[in-house]
Design a binder for this molecule. Sequence first.
Ligand SMILES: [Zn+2]
Length: 351
Amino acid sequence: MRFPTLLKFAATAMLGLSMLAGAAQAEPLAKDLFGAKRLPAVAAPQAFGFYSKGCFAGGMAIARDGPHWQAMRLSRNRRWGHPDLISLLERLSREAAQDGWPGLLVGDISQPRGGPMLTGHASHQLGLDADIWFTPMPARRLTNAERENVSAVSMLKGDSLYVDDRKWTPAHEAVLHRAASYKQVERILVHPGIKKKLCDTVRGDRGWLSKVRPFWGHHYHFHVRIGCPPGSTGCKRQDPTPRSDGCDKSLDWWFTDEPWRPAKGPAKPKARDIMTMAALPDACRAVLAAPSPASEMAVTLGGGGAATQAASQVAAPELPVLGYQEIDPASVLSAMPAGRVPRPSNRPALQ
Ligand SMILES: [Zn+2]
């Protein structure tokens, strides 16, 4: 090999290597890809993956205003969910109103196609999780600015672990009871202090308490999670909750120092912040690539409670049902939502 040829060969090889390195660096983050989608994937409704590692197709939005709800933080564009969840929220708002809860302030549900979010939440990726404020809906319509800036009210007494009895009412118990009464609802996450309040005060039927799970945060809002919907064969279901009411040693643990001790060692990056498409089910690539509906209104569950199913009138591509990839339990652990308090390293699995 003559010298110039060798040089050329070396230069080509180096160029190839640097292109490879460039490609590796440019591997986009899943949160950026999903965070950029303004509208859902037009396809049959399906959830793919796990609550903290997945996406969904055929999403629907809950309207900004309904007879018994108002959606908050509109700028986040997280009013999207699997149609089963959206219609369940509409039903909850209506039936809770009959119970005496004036209406739901709806917090984050999911991004239009789910997936990891740019900020907040480890879960909420499948369109099967929704946050509902513990603040009852006011009698008037909030302005957009109020929906951005108004703060929810903590149910706790100061910075203690216990509920403030001046804020907690039988209506708070009733709306949780109503939410837990639906077969589709598998879990409701609340602060341990709220779980304790329920343990101490709920009379009569206590079976529903098994669905109400103590977790960090969740004193400004409760988190409703439905199970994998029928037809979502690529959705990985979470282990069922224990049958008991949970008013036992597992709750006592939350009132020790251990759950609130800062984690030792350097902070690990959140799974949400490093996840690329390779971490998600393959079907999520098809979800990203699927067409959008003609408009947001076409796929919004309206204020009257009737869903506008225009999405189903658009020619929907068949999305492959590829099944979820096995989930590494360690990654699910590190994907748990950050609370407002330091977290221990030996924490329980995703509740
Ligand atoms: Zn939540």
